[in-house]
Design a protein around this ligand. Structure first.
Ligand SMILES: *Cc1c(COP(=O)(O)O)cnc(C)c1O
Length: 414
């Protein structure tokens, strides 16, 4: 199913033409398809149907409240990495009992909030965090459910900035230290050991590293069982890649199929924390061409969207397809698509053949994950609006930020 397609020569989100949305909501603007979201979720869910599983959508991929609410309505759990994300999940009607709390730097205040809310599990990443969590839980007479996030030292073969399961990574507990730390956790008052957790990275387009990581987790599960520590669940994290250009990631069914085969007849509950694979291809960034600059060495399309709106190209040299909303018959030229921000890294795409004129609309594709959530106000640029399209209807789900609000909380000296 293609939720963004040309209809009568105009690129549409479901049934709504993007030029009409630019007129109504302005640009730059993130536009998501509800049907695409539901389709991606259902595909993952269907592939999980034979097993005791819980999908915990990774909130940092796209944390818009309406989007979280739609996922909660579908029955999704959540994976959070901060107190702010916990507050969003609760405000969106998500269930704390289906929420796991990940991240290397949980503060005492965040632990308090998550214990109070009653999260399903804390994915603990260090001995210091384990001690702190036990102390916080004891201070409020609660029992914190814990998994240890173990670093399997598996190479996910992805961009180094989004590889998280190698020995040199800041994430997780070194594999060889996991068993002694589990023994300690099992004895600490205030904690209940419930699971084990691994997350090896993002935009992984091959099932093999996931299966390797699972194998290493199962060795630990068995070793723990032999010492009388029995786990309820294995959390296999997120990381499944999507197609941006010509990548060929396994379908959810194939990726999950391989993992389930490796699990065999074990009775463990399996948690997943998919982010990008659920939302990456459900959204676009709609932008308008401000200027064309034709030079001796290069041609530039200057758009009203910039690296502060979509950071991935600047941060990871990520490739996003760029499509004209209305196709022109004119001959195409080779352009770099750049924003107004004062940085040479401010580009959305490089070396693209485009036939464009000032005022034209462009759609930066596959921008549903790590788009709006990584946006900033750099250069005092208000963040874009967000819209969810549902069939023939477009709903504004986040207003464009206002310039006044950018400095409303700042103070002058007396
Ligand atoms: C970012 C993250 C995810 C989601 O990763 P995707 O590549 O978007 O699926 C899941 N779990 C943890 C712990 C993460 O940090």
């Amino acid at each position: 199913m293609n939720f963004f397609s040309y209809q009568n020569g105009t690129l549409c989100a479901e049934k709504v033409p993007l030029d009409a949305m630019a007129a109504r909501f302005g640009t730059p603007c993130y536009i998501y398809s509800r049907a695409a979201l539901e389709s991606a979720y259902r595909e993952f869910e269907l592939a999980c149907a034979e097993r005791d599983t819980l999908i915990c959508y990774s909130v940092k991929a796209n944390s818009n409240l309406a989007l979280l609410n739609l996922l909660a309505r579908l029955g999704s759990g959540f994976d959070i990495v901060s107190g702010g994300e916990l507050a969003r999940v609760l405000a969106a009607g998500g269930s704390a009992a289906k929420t796991v709390f990940s991240g290397v730097g949980k503060s005492e205040a965040e632990m308090h909030a998550a214990l109070e809310a009653g999260v399903l599990c804390f994915n603990v990443e260090s001995e210091g965090e384990l001690d702190r969590l036990a102390a916080v839980a004891n201070s409020v007479r609660k029992i914190a459910p814990v998994s240890l996030r173990v670093n399997p030292d598996v190479d996910p073969k992805t961009h180094p900035y989004i590889a998280t399961g190698l020995r040199e990574s800041k994430f997780g507990i070194p594999y060889d230290e996991a068993l002694p730390l589990y023994r300690k956790a099992a004895k600490l008052a205030g904690l209940r050991v419930v699971g084990i957790d691994v997350h090896i990275g993002s935009q992984i387009v091959d099932a093999e590293p996931f299966v390797a990581a699972l194998g290493k987790m199962l060795e630990l599960v068995d070793a723990l069982g032999a010492t009388g520590v029995h786990l309820d669940h294995v959390d296999l994290g997120g990381g499944l890649g999507i197609r941006y250009r010509d990548e060929a990631p396994p379908a959810a069914r194939d990726y999950l199929g391989e993992l389930f085969r490796r699990l065999g007849s074990r009775k463990l509950r399996i948690l997943f924390e998919p982010g990008r694979s659920l939302v990456g291809n459900i959204g676009i960034l709609l932008t308008r061409v401000e200027y064309l600059k034709h030079g001796a060495a290069k041609n530039f399309v200057v758009t009203d969207a910039a690296m502060n709106d979509l950071l991935r190209p600047a941060l990871y040299d990520a490739w996003h397809d760029v499509l004209p909303v209305a196709r022109r018959g004119d001959p195409a030229r080779r352009y770099d698509v750049v924003g107004p921000v004062c940085e040479s890294a401010d580009f959305l795409a490089r070396e693209r053949l485009l036939a464009v004129a000032p005022g034209d609309l462009l759609a930066v594709m596959s921008a549903g994950a790590y788009g709006m959530t990584m946006s900033s106000n750099y250069n005092s640029r208000p963040r874009p609006a967000e819209v969810i399209v549902d069939g023939e209807t477009a709903h504004l789900v986040r207003e464009r930020e206002r310039v006044e609000s950018l400095f409303a909380s700042e103070r002058l000296l007396p």
